[in-house]
Each structure stands twice: as C-alpha cells, then as structure tokens.
Design a protein around this ligand. Structure first.
Ligand code: FES
Length: 273
C-alpha cells in the first residue's frame, strides 16, 4: 500500500496528491509516469509524474476529476493509502545541448510541463514558460512554475487574469520578437499541441509533445496507447510519452480520444444511475 501524505485542491476540478513511494522517487525523471489503482477493484490509471522529492521519497501527481476512477481517487485524503502505485514508466525526457527553451502547458498539462521546466531551469537553460487556462479560477501551480523558469507567461482564454490570449499567440509574439528557442515542449490538450507544432514547423524549431492516450497495462502489451509517429505505430507507454510533435498524427489521436470520451461518459452515467 502507498500512503498519501499530502492532498491539495488546486481548483474545483483538479487535485494534487503527494504519495510516499521512495523507490519511484529515487528513479523518476521528467516525462515519466506511474500507474495507480485506488483499491483492488479499481481500474489502472496512468498519471504523468508532476514532481518528485528524492530525499523525502515522495512522488506528486496532479489529476483532473474527469470520470468515475478519478472521482474515487479524489475521495481519498492524506493518511489514506493507494492499492498500487507502479513506476516510473515510459522514457525520460532528454535535453542535452539545449540552451533556450519554451515550455508550454495547457490546462492540466501545466502539471506535466512543470517538471520539464524545472529540470531545464536547474540545468541552466533559459526557459520561457507559457501556460494557458480557460479563466483565472482554473489556474494551477503558478508559484511553482514561476520558480521553474526564467520568464513565466500565464494566459487565459477570457483574459480574467489580465493576460488574454492562447498560448500559441504568446509563443508567436515571442518568436516574432526575435526570441530563439533550441526546443519547444508543448503539453496539454491535443488540439493545443497540434497548434503549437503547426506554429513551430515553419521555423524549424524542434518541438516535443507529451502524448497521453488511454493506457491499460503500461507495458507495451495491450496496444491501447498506440499513436502514429512518422508513419509508424508507437506505444506511448514504452516509446513515449514524449514524441517529436512534427511527426505525430494528431488527427488520428484526436479521433481516438473522442471515442474514449464517449465510453467514459457512458461509464459515468451507469455509475450515477
Ligand atoms: Fe498498453 Fe501502452 S498501455 S501498450
């Protein structure tokens, strides 16, 4: 069993839990994920690692309450335990030779972008972080992000925090103003990652995206997490979740995610009736 040592409500639909998992904390790197089960009957849910503390032996995940399993997870509090907490899974991100980076987080994706920015910043890389949210009430971990980058731009779709606009508009503004990036890392909704990739493609800026499809076993056996990258089938759980965004077939990934959303809605309706 894995004990939850801290829980924080970040916004009405997003929570953070810090879990006592020393083995994973020792090995975790940005870009990797864990799979947990709330109890022995629970489904296996993958979460990208949002933070880790090697000394304390803890791993933090940030999750959105989107379905039956995450609702159940959100019922737990500090002191409660999880049945399984397995990882670290997936490949770690590599940033050798990078001097300047733009790290972009969309909504909950900010929680996954944060450890990437933090690692780059700690390596001495100049990091512009651009995070986007629907409105100011949805903003999460702004203080943590501010400490993990050189310049932080927090955007809202409705301008309720005083900075109106999409992350792509801010990125374009910075690039047009002469900002040079060795790498752009975009993590968030598929449509946002696709838009970032279309923006960076003509500039030839290497762009990494984190694909977060349905995962079941997390070991490359079930095929649930397949994505097409450069015309080849890849499994996000073992070949990713980070991929070269300019090679990802986003149209296919978006079609597959819609199929999943339908199934999740049915499962919620069944659960609540
Ligand atoms: Fe099953 Fe990736 S989760 S193959």
């Amino acid at each position: 069993m894995f004990k939850i040592i801290r829980k924080e409500i970040l916004n009405p639909s997003v929570s953070l839990i810090e879990v006592d998992a020393p083995y994973i904390a020792r090995k975790a790197e940005p870009g990797q994920f864990i799979i947990l089960r709330v109890d022995e009957h629970g489904e296996r849910i993958p979460f990208t690692i949002a933070d880790y503390d090697r000394e304390k032996g803890t791993v933090t995940i940030i999750f959105q309450i989107v379905g039956q399993s995450t609702e159940r997870l959100n019922e737990l509090n500090a002191g409660d335990s999880l049945q399984d907490f397995v990882g670290p899974l997936g490949k770690a991100s590599h940033f050798e030779g990078v001097k300047t980076a733009a790290v972009i987080g969309g909504g909950l994706g900010t929680a996954i972008a944060y450890p990437q920015a933090k690692k780059l910043h700690a390596m001495g890389v100049e990091v512009d972080m651009i995070n986007g949210f629907r409105n100011k009430d949805m903003i999460i971990i702004e203080d943590l992000c501010a400490d993990a980058c050189t310049n932080l731009y927090t955007m809202t779709d409705d301008g309720s925090n005083g900075n109106k606009g999409f992350v792509t508009a801010k990125l374009e503004e910075l690039i047009s103003a002469g900002r040079k990036y060795d790498i752009v890392i975009a993590i968030g909704p598929l449509v946002m990652m696709r838009a970032v990739c279309e923006l960076t493609r003509p500039y030839g800026i290497k762009t990494i995206v984190s694909m977060n499809p349905i995962m079941i076993d997390g070991t490359g056996m079930c095929g649930g997490c397949r994505v097409t990258v450069g015309g080849e089938t890849k499994f996000a759980c073992v070949d990713g979740p980070d991929f070269d965004g300019h090679l990802v077939d986003f149209d296919q990934a978006i079609r597959r995610s819609k199929m999943f959303a339908k199934g999740e809605r049915r499962s919620r309706e069944a659960h609540h009736c």
